[in-house]
Write a protein that binds this ligand. Sequence first.
Ligand SMILES: [Zn+2]
Length: 304
Amino acid sequence: MSAERATRVGIDIGATKTLGVAVGPGGRVLAEVLATTPTGAEEVVATAGAVVDELRARTGDPLTGTLGVGIPGLVDAGRGAVTHAVNLGVDDEWFPIGDRLARRTGARVVVDNDVNAAALGVAAVTGLRDLVYVSLGTGLAAAAVLDGHLRRGAAGAAGEIGHIPVDPAGRRCQCGQTGCLETEASGSALAEAWPATDVPPAQALFEAAAAGDVKAVQVRDRFAARVADAVRLVTLAVDPAHVVLGGGVAQVGDRLRVAVAHALAEQAAGSPFLRALDLPGRLRTVPTDVPVAALGASLLGSER
Ligand SMILES: [Zn+2]
C-alpha cells in the first residue's frame, strides 16, 4: 500500500476536547473519536493514545501510517516538541509530544500548531490555495497557507497575531504583555462581554442582536470591529486572496462574516486605499460541518 493510499490519522488536541479522525484515500472521514482533553502532559499523551486505539477498533485498520497532531502552543515541527502549551502544563520547557506519542502508538507522528493544522484542513476542504485562517477560539491566532504552502515562520510563531498589543491602556494578557488584540477579539473576550450558559455565548449574542436587542447590537458591532482589525492586519501583512474566519465563534456561521464585513466596510469608508483592497470580499467562514482541524492534522507530513 503506498503512502497516499494508506488510511491517515489526524488528532486535534484542543483546549477542552481531543478529536481524532481516520481519513481514507480521497479525504473521506472513516471514523471520528471525541474525548475530553485532560490537564497535564502525560495525561494528554494517554488520551491521544486511547483515541488512536479507538480509531483502530472502529476502522479495523492497524493505522501504522502517519499520525498528525495539531496542538495549541508554540510547536517545533521538526522536533515534534511543544512549549507554551497551557493544557499540557508546559510553559518554559519543551515537551517532546511527538516522540512520546510515537512510543505509545507505534505510528510515525508529525506535530504542528492546531491553527496551522486547521488552515491546512480549510485549504483541503475548500480547494483555496491562498488564504489566512483566523481562529476565534479561546484566544486569537492565525495561520497562512500561501500559494499552497503553510508558512510556519522561523520560530513557529507565524500568525500569532493575538499577541500584538493594540491598547496600551488595555488589560494584562496571559502572555505577559498588555492590551493584546486577543483580549478584545477572541471567544473568551466575547464570552466576557456577553456571558451565556444555556447556549454558546457567540450564539446568544448574535441571536439577541438579530432580534434587535440594542445592547447586543453594540457588543456585537464592537466585537466585529476588533475582528475586522485582525482581518485588516493579516491582509496588509501578507495580502492573501481569502481570509477564513474559524474557531468556536465561527459556529454562528455567515452572521459572523456579515458583521465583520460590515465593520471592514465602515473602516474603509474614509480610505480609498483600503476600499481598493476589497477586504469584505475576501472574507469567508469555515465550513461548520467538517472537522477541519483534525482533518488538517491528518494531512501533516504529506505537505512537507
Ligand atoms: Zn498577549
